[in-house]
Design a protein around this ligand. Structure first.
Ligand code: SAH
Ligand code: SF4
Length: 452
């Protein structure tokens, strides 16, 4: 899956790896407030110091041993309770109780449900689980970024799978990057996940478990304490935003993603505003319409090219759903306004999509769509033939877009010492040499969704 673009040297992009420290042309991305500037300065130290690995807590019972109550809609929960003999007249009340314990109080043990009668708790314990996934590893970067490697049980004939979830704290918000699949069936040529086959879809339970686990670990449920010395936002909640930008194409796992996001945004439970949930897609057009109608979260589009010929190579799903159809679906996305814009992600690939001509066409293409443009410095990975654009080129591109009226923050690397890169599999990153590991930049996933 190599790009036929010119000037491909096959050398890793050293420029982007060290730009935070040494690039003479590097200025701080636009619109950074003082807090973030401090944080960017600390990134260079973050590269030099090892990440803190937190001790793991042994869990008495692991996910997957029994059917879980997590990830069921209210109706499904009512059905399974009825099937276990809960009297019809009690079911609604029981569902409300459970919903509150699971999603407001964040309990992972039936015995903590003190207002549920003992025999009912016993029945629940016998037949269901509400436990969290196994935490294989937890890493904390000294810029506050946290990464958990979670193990989910085998489903059917498959093997257990491992998934990374990344948390990025900023001053007034904390963003969690969630995965929807293990691997990806699409083959975007600049994306490392795209070189791996799809292992399986995650279930709604597993998608939600990433959020619940992160909130556990951050002390983000009532009566829980944040870990000592944790860098967390000043807001009351520690996870204020979520982005579906981890591994996989969320719109190829539509039903599970929909169920999980509707539970995450349920006002009587986890209560995350839909304006603070961003779903990123490579452009599965029919499901973009469904996302607008059935989920209603914020949308991000992995655009990366403004001409079909090039986008066919970078994001091959473009052959099925070309730019015209994609932009039409974006225009039709419900509820768009200046305050509620679609994010267009644009990875900066040297001599591939980074010319001023591209910037001009980008502005033309998005005319009339309430849009934000996120320029992402390419994260090189071993074996890729792409390189990250020079910083000066990125700045020129960003300046043009800014002048055309688009705020275009350049995503900066975070959590570099723990390789907190969305869209990248840990097993692969472990195979890298140390120098390569340093060159493997973490991608900025924060800055999505609405602020306070
Ligand atoms: N599959 C979804 C969401 C996961 S990828 C999608 O494609 O939108 C999240 C973002 O990271 C996407 O915009 C993706 O294009 C981008 N990305 C993937 N690999 C990258 C890399 N090596 N460097 C920079 N951005 C990358
Ligand atoms: Fe899959 Fe997204 Fe990577 Fe494309 S960019 S291969 S859709 S994870």
């Amino acid at each position: 899956m190599l790009c036929a673009a010119p000037k491909m040297t096959g050398r890793p992009c050293r420029h982007s790896a060290f730009q935070a420290q040494t690039c003479p042309t590097r200025r701080l991305p636009r619109q950074m407030h003082a807090f973030e500037q401090d944080r960017v300065m600390s990134i260079s130290e973050a590269v030099l110091e090892p990440a803190v690995k937190a001790p793991l807590v042994a869990r008495p019972e692991l996910m997957g041993t029994k059917p879980s109550l997590i990830g069921l809609s209210r109706e499904e929960m009512a059905e399974v309770l009825t099937a276990r003999g809960v009297p019809e007249r009690q079911v609604k009340m029981r569902v409300s109780q459970l919903w509150h314990w699971l999603y407001v109080r964040g309990v992972s043990d039936f015995d903590a449900m003190t207002n549920v009668a003992k025999d009912m708790r016993q029945m629940l314990k016998t037949h269901f689980t509400i436990s969290r996934p196994e935490v294989v590893e937890e890493q904390v970067s000294n810029d506050g970024t946290r990464k958990w490697l979670l193990r989910f049980p085998a489903r059917g004939a498959g093997r257990p799978v491992e998934v990374e979830t990344v948390y990025i704290p900023e001053e007034g918000r904390g963003t969690l990057c969630i995965s929807s699949q293990v691997g990806c069936s699409l083959t975007c040529s600049f994306c490392h996940t795209g070189t791996q086959r799809l292992v399986r879809n995650l279930t709604a339970e597993e998608i939600l478990a990433q959020l619940l686990l992160a909130r556990d670990r951050l002390g983000d449920f009532p009566d829980r304490e944040a870990p000592q010395g944790a860098m967390i936002p000043s807001s009351e909640r520690k996870v204020t935003n979520i982005v579906m930008m981890g591994m996989g194409e969320p719109l190829y796992n539509f039903e599970a993603v929909k169920t999980a996001l509707l539970i995450a945004s349920d006002g009587d439970g986890l209560s995350l505003s839909k304006r603070r949930i961003t779903l990123s897609t490579s452009g599965v057009v029919p499901e973009i319409y469904r996302t607008g109608e059935e989920i209603g979260v914020m949308l991000a589009i992995s655009l990366h090219a403004v001409r079909d010929e090039l986008r066919d190579m970078l994001v091959p799903i473009n052959k099925k759903y070309p730019l015209k159809e994609l932009i039409e679906a974006c225009r039709a996305y419900p509820g768009l306004s200046n305050a509620r814009r679609i994010t267009f992600e644009y990875v900066m690939l040297k001599d591939v999509n980074d010319s001023l001509e591209d910037a001009k066409e980008l502005v033309k293409l998005l005319k009339g769509v309430p849009a934000k443009i996120n320029l992402i410095p390419f994260n090189p990975w071993p074996g890729t033939n792409y390189q990250c654009s020079d910083w000066a080129t990125i700045e020129k591109f960003a300046d043009f877009i800014n002048q055309a009226g688009y705020a275009s923050p350049i995503r900066t690397p975070r959590g570099r010492d723990i390789l907190a890169a969305c869209g990248q599999l840990k097993s692969e990153s472990e195979r890298m040499r140390k120098t390569e590991r340093l060159a493997f930049e973490a991608m900025m996933i924060a800055g999505h969704g609405e602020d306070d």
